[in-house]
Ligand binder design. Structure first.
Ligand code: C2E
Ligand code: CA
Ligand code: CA
Ligand code: CA
Length: 287
């Protein structure tokens, strides 16, 4: 039986095949899926923790598989990275995100909270055509560059002069850069010096259990210490801090008390298809 998660996707099961064979099959299937246009972009709101106001949106890819249903990125992004197909997949997501943003701005006006952040893999950043792809995607839809947030994971091969140069070029263009999964990498602090980020996203692993205050420094209290350090660092560096993976009200409250004003998570709003996001934007307009 399929396991349907909260985010509305099922686990990809390669069936009876040998692992190596499954790997090749997955690569071939990804190629086919790209050509068939089976990838969908879901959108998850980023909201103000005090007033629940919509601030922006994260773009998350899903694979609408003809027989397996909605497949989560964890089941195919690693294979896409290994095969290099992530560059084309990432470009597809970027273009679709920009197309959707332009449609929302046309419908809800320039003041609507339409600021969307797709995730970018390290492999994409190493692609010499990446900055040009971003520029073209924005220009093709008449979008101002400050509409686009690129979420880059700390660990995702952010080293190298070429990657850092690309990030600075994007920053100079006016694109917002967010450092994703913050706190999980090896050298978050030194990275922040070289990386022109304006947003840090506190990793969900520090949010899980943050509401549990039992005096045990090994559990909730340690996470609180990290969460507090990250928000203080963000404030000192004039970055926005977003807490990820908030699953209940107690976590939202704990994070607010620690100084977070922005959050994301199933408790606030799950990732959703574009049509549902459109209804949310319509509700935000009339609110
Ligand atoms: P991420 O960038 O850290 O994205 C957040 C993940 O947490 C998403 O999983 C989202 O659905 C999930 N999430 C949000 N709120 C909650 C919550 O309250 N509880 C829990 N348990 N989970 C929550 P998703 O969509 O399955 O994506 C997983 C990862 O796959 C992403 O992690 C990102 O690293 C990667 N990914 C997703 N889309 C893309 C893409 O277009 N390109 C690339 N390169 N990577 C992507
Ligand atoms: Ca992300
Ligand atoms: Ca994250
Ligand atoms: Ca504790």
């Amino acid at each position: 039986a399929k396991q349907r998660g909260k985010a509305g996707h099922v686990r990809y099961e390669p069936g009876m095949a040998e692992p190596v064979l499954a790997h090749f099959q997955l690569g071939a299937e990804l190629r086919r899926a790209l050509d068939a246009g089976e990838f969908r972009v879901f959108y998850q709101p980023v909201v103000g923790l005090a007033d629940r106001r919509l601030i922006g949106v994260e773009a998350l890819v899903r694979w609408q598989h003809p027989t397996r249903g909605m497949v989560a990125p964890a089941e195919f992004i690693p294979a896409a990275e290994r095969t290099g197909l992530i560059v084309e997949l990432g470009r597809t997501v970027l273009r679709e995100t920009c197309r959707q943003m332009a449609a929302w701005i046309a419908e809800f006006g320039p003041d609507a909270p339409v600021k969307v952040g797709p995730n970018v893999s390290g492999r994409q950043l190493h692609d010499p055509g990446f900055v040009a792809d971003v520029r073209a995607a924005l220009a093709d839809h008449g979008l101002s560059s400050d509409r686009l947030v690129l979420e880059v994971t700390e660990s995702s091969a952010l080293r190298g002069r070429q990657v850092i140069a690309a990030l600075h070029e994007l920053d100079a263009m006016g694109v917002t850069l967010a450092l994703d999964d913050f706190g999980t990498g090896e050298s978050s602090l030194s990275l922040l010096r070289a990386f022109p980020a304006s947003i840090v996203k506190l990793d969900k692993s520090f949010v899980d259990g943050i509401e549990i205050d039992d005096g045990d420094p090994a559990a909730g209290d340690a996470r609180q210490a990290v969460a507090r350090a990250v928000v203080q660092l963000a404030r000192a560096l004039r970055l926005d801090a977003v807490a990820e993976g908030i699953e209940n009200e107690a976590q939202a409250r704990a994070l607010r008390e620690l100084g977070y004003s922005l959050g994301q998570g199933f408790h606030l709003a799950p990732p959703m298809p574009a049509e549902k996001m459109t209804r949310l934007l319509a509700a935000a307009r009339s609110a």
